[in-house]
Design a protein around this ligand. Structure first.
Ligand code: 4FV
Length: 380
């Protein structure tokens, strides 16, 4: 059971939130517990003062002592807990941060109000200052609700099957696809026919394409965290172009990592000093780059998007831009690894080049391949 302790001078703000919908149900079923500590209960004097004018001139800020005492009281229940302070000066809340907070048994959220709080409270008691966005709110109460909501949804049983949203795709670097419900026609606007077709495969493809298109246009920055492979309707291929000195062990490593990330094949364009003798089922050999690319075209029934990997300074696009282009084109992808001088000679065969960090020959080709595949197809 997850416990949240919220310290606030305005506990009444939480009433509706804690008694409705998913959070209300999670509390009533005992999956989470939310305790409200009224800051005024920890204030001194007749007027139970919790705020005062800020030194140096300006508005009102919450005093340190009542906040400190409230944190001590919250900790007394379950021992040391993680203290969060919502503020625009904090670390930006993201799905990754939410997932890390979901590991904590007890979260104490201290809500600022007005201009904020005495910095000495933050220094003494706060483990994590968190921002929910670059704008200024009246108090930390709304951020507290955002944090409770997002963290609670990570807990088993809180979000039932019916309410579940397309988490993985969104959290892992993609925006969600559009949703529709009855009626089929609403004010002259029809539901997309594919969603009425009953063809689950077509629906899945449509949704992925919609999510990809939206993300490319509205939030290409999210793509750095995305595994784009599920959003491509074709396969990808690792192509080793003229790697004469590659050892069999190295080739096996490349096949292993390529297969692990979902490559369909490793295409080896000769010359290879040592012909590939053992059965590397991932490997297909070709005598030229053209024949390798035309094989992909025939297998996928679409002309491949051919990307050369180069270490030449400013020789190519940033991997994030490549990710966006690959997603946008949605073509079979051939990632071609070869020496830079060969790239220049065969430049006409490449649709684009991707910049590799300059490492010289310091790292084996299999590591180079792993880095590129993880940037495109690893999810984080
Ligand atoms: C905020 C935010 C935020 C600033 C002064 C409350 C207010 C007052 N918190 N993300 N944006 N807080 O605006 O988390 O203390």
């Amino acid at each position: 059971m997850k416990r949240f302790s919220v310290i606030t001078a305005f506990p009444e703000i939480f009433n509706g939130f804690l008694s409705s919908s998913i959070i209300g149900r999670a509390i009533s079923s005992g999956l989470i517990e939310v305790e409200l500590l009224n800051l005024r209960d920890f204030a001194e004097g007749k007027h139970r003062q919790v705020d005062d004018y800020t030194y140096g001139g300006g508005g009102m800020v919450l005093m340190a002592e009542p906040l400190y005492k409230a944190v001590q009281a919250a900790c007394s229940i379950s021992g040391r807990a993680m203290v969060i302070f919502p503020s625009p000066q904090g670390v930006m809340l993201s799905q990754e941060v939410v997932e890390s907070l979901a590991q904590e048994d007890h979260l104490i959220i201290a809500c600022g109000h007005y201009e904020g709080v005495d910095e000495r409270f933050v220094e003494s008691c706060v483990d994590l200052e968190l921002s929910i966005g670059d704008y200024v709110l009246t108090g930390g109460e709304l951020p507290a609700m955002v944090i409770i909501d997002a963290v609670s949804r990570q807990l088993p049983g809180v979000v039932g099957k019916a309410e579940s949203v397309a988490e993985d795709s969104f959290f892992r670097g993609f925006l969600d696809h559009p949703h529709y419900t009855r009626p089929v026609e609403w004010r002259g606007k029809r539901v997309p026919e594919v969603l009425l077709s009953g063809d689950h495969g077509a629906v899945l493809d449509w949704r992925r394409r919609q999510a990809a298109d939206r993300t490319i246009v509205r939030r290409p920055d999210l793509l750095s965290r995305a595994n784009i492979l599920p959003y491509l309707s074709c396969g990808f291929y690792v192509t080793l172009f003229s790697a004469p000195d590659i050892s069999l062990e190295e080739l096996e490593r490349i096949c292993t990592v390529s297969g692990a990330y979902g490559a369909k094949k490793v295409l080896v364009v000769t010359p290879l000093q040592k012909p590939v003798t053992t059965d590397l089922s991932m490997v297909k050999r070709f005598s030229s780059l053209e024949s390798a690319m035309s094989w992909i075209g025939k297998s996928e029934k679409k002309v491949p998007y051919v990307v050369g990997m180069t270490e030449a300074p400013c020789g190519g696009v940033h991997w994030l831009e490549l990710k966006r282009r690959v997603l946008e084109r949605d073509l079979p992808l051939s990632l071609v690894f070869c020496a830079d001088e060969l790239l220049a000679k065969e430049a006409s065969h490449f649709d684009t080049m991707m910049c590799l960090d300059e490492r010289g020959d310091k790292i084996p080709l299999s590591c180079e391949v792993s880095v590129v595949l993880d940037r495109l197809f690893g999810s984080r």
